[in-house]
Design a protein around this ligand. Structure first.
Ligand code: NCD
Ligand code: ZN
Length: 346
């Protein structure tokens, strides 16, 4: 007898779609299964103004294959020049759902990010007033801080002071990778949530570095020790509504990954739901997958749960492409190094 699980259509609360040829190739991989996604604004140049976000949303909708319904939830990239009035207007007319904070230099295309937090004080105060969420890339960028410690140090030195200075600001700690991140969320209730990626539930830093360097497992924040992966799995499968799925699926073409200075990012859109079902089953938590992938995110963002459903059916190992071809070159799909048995149907 085959086992199956029907859940509300999931959403992805942290997604990179890029632009042009890569956008056209990767968008169907997400839209096939997900109803909505928070779209990261780290294009080159970044999506900074409401006008930029409207134009990007139009390009995404134009790239969507016919007959597929998908709603991109747009974000603005916070810079030291961001105008609070532009942010408020883009929020009020329903265009944007969040503003993204990248500390300058923290990750791919983050050069325009924030150096001096005093310069964004006005924007943060406005956001707290109007209830607009700040999505945070939580890593310090100081050269003297070890890359494996950058998330924990960010929480103490930047995030906690920023939240104290801006009462009422809604914050999502994006793609947390440490038990420190999990603990911080659990200890602070109102208006704080965290996204967890699919790949950080599967890999630790050994997968990246043992037996040869594996560029397709390199992402930021970088995967940490096993104890942290276990803390993330416990949080994701706990049923705690403050934790929800943000895949951080981040396509880079193979030449850009397999290079002497390879880009950060794991591309997981294609097989994310099959992997998650496997992980939740391993943890004895399949009934909680709907919360993590379909319900907690909308609750945090004040949106309705999708009314459509998807069904995951357990059977023979699922096959999926190893690479997605784009006109700019191939993009390698994340290899979870385990057989996946849960197939997704509508
Ligand atoms: C992201 C990208 O490629 O844009 N890379 C990554 O490793 N996650 C940027 C980001 O979210 O940090
Ligand atoms: Zn990201």
């Amino acid at each position: 007898m085959s086992q199956s699980l029907t859940i509300p259509r999931p959403d992805d609360w942290h997604l990179h779609l890029r632009d042009g040829a890569v956008l056209r190739a990767v968008l169907p991989e997400t839209a096939r299964h997900f109803g909505r996604a928070i779209i990261m604004p780290n294009l080159v140049p970044p999506v900074v103004t409401g006008k930029d976000a409207a134009a990007y949303r139009d390009r995404i909708m134009a790239a969507l294959p016919e007959g597929i319904t998908f709603e991109p939830l747009m974000t603005l990239y916070l810079t030291e020049e961001t105008d609070p009035n532009d942010v408020a207007a883009a929020h009020q007319n329903g265009l944007i759902r969040a503003v993204k904070l990248y500390p300058a230099g923290a990750t791919t295309n983050s050069a325009s990010g924030v150096r001096d937090f005093e310069k964004v004080r006005g924007v943060l105060d406005t956001m707290a007033e109007i209830g607009l969420t700040l999505c945070v890339h939580g890593e310090v960028t100081d050269a003297e801080i070890d890359i494996f410690d950058r998330e924990a140090v960010f929480i103490d030195r930047v995030l906690d002071p920023l939240r104290r200075a801006t009462p009422g600001l809604r914050v999502v700690m994006e793609h947390i990778t440490t038990s420190n991140g999990v603990d911080y969320v659990k200890a602070h209730d109102a208006g704080l949530g965290a996204t967890i990626t699919t790949h950080h539930l599967v890999i630790n830093r050994n997968h990246l570095l043992v037996g040869g360097i594996r560029p397709h497992y390199y992402c930021l924040p970088v995967a940490k020790r096993e104890e942290h992966r276990l803390a993330l799995r416990a949080a994701a499968t706990s049923g705690d509504a403050r934790f929800f799925l943000g895949t951080d699926s981040a396509p880079h073409t193979d030449p850009n990954k397999e290079s002497d200075c390879g880009c950060a990012g794991c591309f997981t859109a294609t097989n994310t739901l099959s992997i998650l079902a496997e992980v939740f089953e391993q943890e004895g938590a399949l009934p909680r997958l709907a919360g993590f992938a379909s319900k907690h995110g909308p609750a945090f963002y004040g949106l309705p749960v999708n009314t459509e459903t998807i069904t995951l059916t357990k059977g023979d190992p699922v096959s999926y492409p190893q690479k997605i071809d784009t006109e700019d070159g191939p993009v390698t799909v994340f290899d979870p190094q385990m057989l996946l048995h849960w197939d997704v149907s509508q």
